[in-house]
Design a protein. Structure first.
Lengths: 111, 111
């Protein structure tokens, strides 16, 4: 079943934290270093790095180190798994509405 | 900032578990009792009830007890917060693409 998807677990879990959603929003404007991203939060760098690692494990961002600077880049395609899951749900709802409409117009027929 | 939303924390957190996503999918077909929903999983009823409570706390489902039967209903509107957040991200990406296009066509102008 498509809903048993480890990637969905990771992506939804990563998005359940406000700091991580802010990072996703910031990286939507373009790549940024961990130092630049950390400036928008009051937390320590090691605490912030935990969030970066969770985003990276979920595949939502990629990071690369050049010298002492680690640059983060958003992987927009990864967010598409959320769109895909929502589309699956809508398909279920529409199928239900179709069945209900069919029943209302032909209540005798077995559905 | 819209991204600091406790409701988004709860909704994304609730969706990060495969059992809870299956429940959302099942309830998309129509209301069902906790007993009916629990049949699709190998877990004990108390463990399953924890998932139901998390979905209820996130506002994704409503439950009502009649006699010994607790019936669950999906609140589709609550899933719209996910659509809203994704739309915000897309708006950020499009604004970035617009800035890049402007820069490519008028590299002298300050962006």
């Amino acid at each position: 079943m498509a809903q048993y998807s480890p990637s969905l677990d990771g992506v939804f879990g990563a998005l359940s934290d406000p700091t991580r959603r802010v990072v996703i929003g910031e990286l939507g404007r373009g790549p940024a270093s961990v130092g630049e991203l950390a400036r928008s939060t009051p937390m320590t760098l090691p605490s912030f790095m935990k969030h970066i690692r969770i985003l990276e494990s979920a595949g939502l961002i990629r990071t690369a180190k050049t010298g002492r600077v680690r640059t983060c880049t958003l992987d927009r395609e990864r967010l598409a798994v959320v769109d895909g899951w929502l589309a699956e749900q809508r398909a279920i709802w529409e199928a239900r509405t179709d069945r209900l409409e069919k029943f209302v117009s032909n209540p005798q027929e077995p559905s």
